[in-house]
Design a protein around this ligand. Structure first.
Ligand code: F6P
Length: 540
């Protein structure tokens, strides 16, 4: 039976037809308790979803969809180490990476997951402490004052984002991130660094990714030119699941921090992929960050769906996407240090749920994840909020607002908060033609007034959620990240898709190899456009 033929889905479709006639202003007028009724809180994160286009009946119907899709069973399967990634036949246990020592017992491939996780965490902490306190120095005996993480996708976006978000809590070596195969990024980073004080972390689950291996090779040559081949072992660390490829690259596996196949790339920041963070933050704050995520894991596993933040956010996302036909999802963190949060979230959500077939391979009859985009506030207000307020389409917004500032200008934090709350209010209530007329009639009249009005009307009734985060510190960032990871997982089970593979990245990778062969003069088959572009690019 197709998903659209299930009773929960059909009930929601029927409700949506009726619901389209209701506006948020009417819903608030009819229910003075709405603002607190449609809110939930966990781990220092407060979710206000009262400005979403729902009522108690819609919420109940959405919860029935979650029940129909076996929410509790699928969560239990993931946490128990079942191989819930069917196309790669792997377990999915990123939650185990942040569980305290001795918490729970899950065995995968005959190994106690918690024991292995903490063995690596202890090694990371020992190594980070030695680098931070100077016991582990460079080939020339200098302190490692700079760390360069070379990786891409999940081997870059998470560490980069967390480092940026928690910059005020970093007191270790300065950390830099190189991802793009465009040499401009590596060149810009190395331009400011000295080989003698630079530690490289080559982070790659497969240790075969083109961009990462190219950048790592260039960095290795940069170091060897300055300090000789013997310096490599002291200055290069590998983070991978693939010891053979690490050795082939020329890094001793003894200088490798491992992680496991049951950790998806976009869910891997909590593993040794986060080594650059352990160096920058130190073991204690790294643990606080893990603890925040673990607290959200427990909330997700132990809280009833009606009060469960990840479940609520996923249900609202399906309601907006599949029943109110929203074309995209906007995320607007009102915190400059969350400038890379949307980039991290884009891979998490769109590489997980950008799928078109069910877990069993049958085609989907519904849309899956919309394009997720956004930028920090207040900057977005001066870039794309015009479209959000008066554009032809409705784009739901997640506002994320860390309430307590970590900077010394409280009056500016007040301005930030005021703008964030004002934007969600403006999206919700809009401004009617009558209101515009009343405003403008003091200075305009007649046809001039009538012509001006349509351009100044705000349709309103544009949904948003607001997430208040107590403070942008390790614990609360960990909780916020885990919240969105579980939102992604719940969305995948609502659509019955596999969130944990990414076959869609393979074709482009293999065609790039074909084009590279053509560039090296090999006879390969290329379509006419690519052949023409390649010829042009060689002489343009
Ligand atoms: O984008 C494809 C992908 O495989 C991601 O899933 C992954 O995070 C990234 O490339 C990097 O992969 P690796 O860590 O193996 O270099």
């Amino acid at each position: 039976m197709s998903l659209t033929q299930t009773s929960a889905w059909q009930n929601l479709a029927a409700l949506a037809v009726a619901f389209r006639k209701k506006t948020l202003v009417e819903l608030f007028d009819a229910d003075p308790g709405r603002a607190t009724r449609f809110a939930a809180e966990a781990c220092g994160v407060y979710l206000d979803y009262s400005k979403q286009r729902i009522d108690a009946e819609v919420l109940a119907a959405l919860q029935r969809l979650a029940q129909q899709q076996d929410l509790s069973g699928r969560v239990a399967a993931m946490m128990s180490g079942e191989r819930i990634n069917p196309t790669e036949h792997r377990a999915v246990l990123h939650t185990a990476l942040r569980a305290p020592k001795g918490y729970g017992k899950v065995v995968v491939d005959g190994q106690d997951v918690n024991v292995n996780v903490h063995r690596v965490l202890d090694r990371m902490a020992e190594f980070a402490s030695r680098v931070r306190d100077g016991r582990h120095r460079s080939a020339t005996g200098e302190l490692f004052s700079h760390v360069v993480n070379i990786g891409i996708g999940g081997s870059d976006l998470g560490p980069r984002m967390v480092n940026e978000a928690l910059i005020d809590f970093c007191d270790g070596p300065r950390t830099h991130y190189v991802a793009n195969v465009d040499g401009a990024q590596l060149a810009a980073v190395l331009a400011d660094l000295e080989p003698a004080s630079t530690l490289f972390i080559v982070t790659s689950k497969t240790f075969t990714t083109l961009e990462t291996m190219a950048n790592a090779g260039a960095a290795r040559r940069w170091l060897v030119r300055a300090l000789g081949e013997s310096a490599v072992s002291q200055h290069f660390i590998a983070v991978s699941t693939n010891a053979a490829e690490v050795r082939r690259f020329g890094i001793d596996p003894a200088r490798m921090f491992e992680f496991w196949d049951w950790v998806g790339g976009r869910y891997s920041v909590w593993s040794a992929v986060g080594l650059s963070l352990m160096l920058a933050l130190g073991p204690q704050r790294f643990r606080e960050w893990l603890d925040g995520a673990h607290a959200m894991d427990r909330h997700f596993c132990e809280t009833v769906p009606a009060s469960n933040l990840p479940v609520l956010m996923a249900l609202l996302a399906v309601w907006n996407r599949n029943f109110l036909d929203s074309p995209t999802q906007v995320v607007a963190p009102y915190a400059q240090n969350l400038e890379h949060f949307v980039h991290w979230l884009q891979q998490l959500e769109m590489e997980s749920n950008g799928k078109r077939v069910h877990r069993d391979g049958s085609p989907l009859a519904v849309s899956t994840t919309p394009a997720l985009w956004g930028d920090v506030g207040t900057n977005g207000q001066h870039a794309f909020f015009q479209m959000l307020h008066q554009g032809s389409d409705v784009h739901p917004v997640d506002f994320i607002l860390p309430v307590r500032a970590t900077h010394p200008w409280p009056e500016q934090q007040q301005m930030l908060i005021a703008n964030c709350l004002a934007q969600s209010a403006a999206l919700m209530r809009g401004k009617s033609a009558d209101e515009v007329r009343a405003e403008l009639s003091v200075k305009l009249s007649g046809s001039e007034l009538e012509q001006a009005i349509p351009h100044r009307v705000f349709p309103g009734n544009r949904p948003s959620s607001t997430l208040l985060v107590q403070r942008l510190d390790p614990y609360h960032l960990g909780a916020l990240m885990a919240l969105y990871e579980h939102r992604t997982f719940v969305l995948s089970l609502l659509w019955d898709i596999n969130a944990f593979d990414q076959w869609g990245v393979e074709l482009g990778k293999s065609l790039a190899q074909t084009v590279l062969k053509a560039m090296n003069g090999e006879e390969v088959l290329l379509d006419a456009s690519t052949r023409e572009l390649l010829n042009k690019s060689l002489t343009y």
